[in-house]
Design a protein around this ligand. Structure first.
Ligand SMILES: [Zn+2]
Length: 639
């Protein structure tokens, strides 16, 4: 349930307080000099969501007078419990624009420019970023964070970066050549599942939920060739048709004749399960799954409840069912709900066309609830309530308003420090962590900011080594999976020596586009991108140029990987002792394999990062240092 608190009463109270010296309290805190800089500063806030709303309110109440705000999103019902600048009647409207209107009520004497748009769009290029004294990120995804990081590095504008996840949060400052950048340390990889676990061998509810979402996509969303969750007409359960050894599920045709609900149910809960059950190797030491027959289940239900009827074509209809959100519905109820909801979805598909899965689309959610629970039942996995499944399927880490409020406060404090002495950012600014449990008796934990990581391919000139199979990897896969997904380039251009191999962007004419498509289909080796070749990748928008040393590799220890990137210069890597101590902490970029399913977009700040800082930083304040030694006298070895 969303609770919306009407904050107009607070706004009015705030207005009353805003007399002549409405900023006296800020002046007292930061001094007249800094306050003057605050009043003159031109700042950009990227994102008007959970953190963005709090941050904008803080900015106008602390004397900032020239603010740009950008967000591409529109307001959704589910935002209202924490994005307090928005009201129910704003649903569907631009976040940036409504946020502007709302904070102008707090302080009308501010110039706010609101943009409804994507910060990665070309119109927000260097010239746009250059005009700001300070950029503040209030984003919820890694790809936009990386992009803004690179834009700020490229024009030398200080960036306050922030993030929250549940009770955890952090805020930090990034400045070219002075501090580490957002990409100096690898980010924790999103939780991913191998496709074979999802398709063949699920062992927990989330595996079945991911599968059910894929099935929804296969049946009711636009066709996606990567979605191989099932092939609706394939009735082979064992053997090879080319050798004439195949065994077929002949009942699939009969089920198809009974209607769409029977067809889908039989295909995914009988034919596909039968095929898996026959793969003996999968089930050593485990019970193989049992295929289900819909008519048997419905007949049983009829026998036990006696309130059904057989209609003309011999199919059984049951009493209408609504899944209860809070309790775990029985397997029988999930089965009945599946039959009911799939008919409605089929009708909707025929009437309105394909629709992507959305946790707030009740029909689509019911489908995933019922389908995942039936699959869980088949594999002996505990069933889940609709409420739980919505959280899990929507990748929801509960957003907590208090966390956003605290972190937004720290963003403004760092902004004051940046404006007061830009040349001492590394000394004065801090990375602040917010924890759920106290660490050394505190939940708010400031640490010094590291210097740039010399092996970071984004903010330091360094050669990146890319291990990849150059014989089989196409240029298209190199561009989309490695350069864009793995290394966060926006529109990469690949050069080898003086010749251009690939040009990104969409401002090409038809002939150039056709030529590019041809190039995309060919393996890297065709263009001389083989072992020991060096390529340069440029991205003009991000103003970044990276040299990449290619190292051919056709076997990876982790079978889910098809490439590996490390940011150490090659001569350092060849030194085995150095490499052994650095490869795991620095420079290794997590790959995002196309065959894996992404579950969580933005992980909470990793403890690993803090530990590294504790180890390497001597200038944590004396008080903190003593406290640490009291707690664990053996922990710190460096003096
Ligand atoms: Zn960096």
């Amino acid at each position: 349930m969303n609770v919306v608190v009407d904050t107009d009463i607070y706004i009015n109270r705030e207005k009353e307080r805003m007399t002549e010296d409405k900023f006296q309290h800020i002046r007292d805190c930061i001094g007249d000099d800094v306050f003057e800089k605050v009043q003159k500063a031109k700042v950009l806030v990227v994102g008007a969501g959970g953190i963005g709303c709090e941050l904008l309110k803080n900015l106008v109440l602390s004397g900032f007078k020239d603010i740009h705000i950008i967000d591409l999103d529109t307001i959704d019902l589910s935002n209202l419990n924490r994005q307090f600048l928005f009201r129910k009647h704003h649903i569907g409207m631009s976040k940036a624009k409504i946020a502007r209107e709302a904070v102008l009520k707090y302080n009308p004497d501010v110039n706010i420019e609101a943009h409804e748009g994507d910060i990665k769009n070309q119109q927000y290029g260097h010239q746009y970023f250059q005009r700001f004294d300070l950029v503040m990120n209030a984003l919820d995804n890694l790809s936009a964070r990386k992009h803004v990081n690179r834009m700020c590095l490229s024009v030398g504008v200080p960036l306050v970066e922030s993030g929250t996840a549940g009770y955890l949060g952090q805020a930090t400052v990034i400045l070219k050549e002075k501090t580490e950048c957002f990409e100096c340390l690898p980010k924790e990889a999103p939780k991913e599942f191998a496709v074979c676990t999802i398709r063949s061998n699920p062992s927990s509810p989330i595996h079945c939920i991911v599968w059910a979402k894929m099935l929804y996509g296969r049946l009711f969303d636009v066709a996606d060739e990567n979605n191989a969750v099932t092939d609706m007409d394939d009735n082979i359960v064992e053997g090879d048709p080319e050798k004439g050894t195949e065994v077929r599920d002949t009942k699939l045709e009969q089920a198809k004749a009974k209607g769409y609900d029977h067809w889908v149910f039989h295909k995914v809960f009988h034919t596909d399960i039968d095929r898996l059950a026959r793969m003996k190797d999968l089930w050593t030491g485990k019970t193989p799954p049992t295929p289900l027959l819909l008519d048997d289940l419905l007949n049983n239900y009829q026998k036990n409840n006696g309130n059904n009827n057989n209609n003309n074509n011999g199919t059984i209809t049951t009493k209408s069912i609504a899944l209860n959100s809070q309790i775990v519905n029985s397997f029988e109820d999930n089965t009945r709900a599946f039959v009911e909801v799939i008919k409605k979805l089929k009708e909707r598909l025929e009437k309105d066309g394909a629709k992507s899965w959305d946790k707030d689309d009740d029909l689509a959610l019911d489908f995933v609830v019922a389908a995942s629970n039936i699959r869980s039942h088949i594999f002996g996995i505990p069933l889940k309530s609709k409420f739980d499944i919505k959280q899990m399927a929507g990748n929801i880490v509960p957003a907590i308003a208090t966390t956003n409020a605290i972190i937004s406060g720290f963003i403004v404090l760092e902004a004051f420090k940046i404006l007061s002495s830009r040349d001492q950012i590394q000394e004065k600014c801090k990375t602040t962590f917010l924890f759920k449990q106290p660490s050394n008796k505190r939940v708010i934990y400031p640490v010094s900011i590291d210097q740039p990581n010399k092996s970071c391919y984004v903010c330091s000139q360094t050669v990146v080594t890319l291990k990849i199979d150059t014989n089989t990897t196409t240029i298209g896969k190199l561009v989309n999976e490695v350069l864009k997904k793995g290394l966060a380039f926006h529109e990469p251009m690949i050069m080898k020596g003086q010749s251009m191999i690939y040009e990104g962007g969409d401002d090409l004419d038809k002939e150039e586009l056709d030529a590019r498509k041809m190039v995309e289909q060919k393996p890297m080796i065709t263009f001389g991108l083989s072992d020991n070749a060096i390529i340069e990748v440029h991205d003009y928008l991000q103003d970044i140029k990276v040299s990449i040393l290619i190292s051919h590799c056709d076997k990876f220890e982790d079978q889910n990987k098809f490439f590996e990137v490390s940011g150490k210069p090659p001569q350092v890597q060849s030194d085995t002792t150095t490499a052994a101590t650095t490869t795991t902490t620095d420079g290794t970029v997590q790959q995002e394999d196309i065959d894996e399913v992404e579950i969580i977009e933005y992980p909470p700040p990793s403890d690993g990062k803090l530990k590294r800082k504790e180890r390497e930083q001597d200038d944590i304040t004396v008080e903190e240092e003593q406290m640490q030694e009291e707690q664990d006298p053996h922990k710190r070895t460096k003096k």
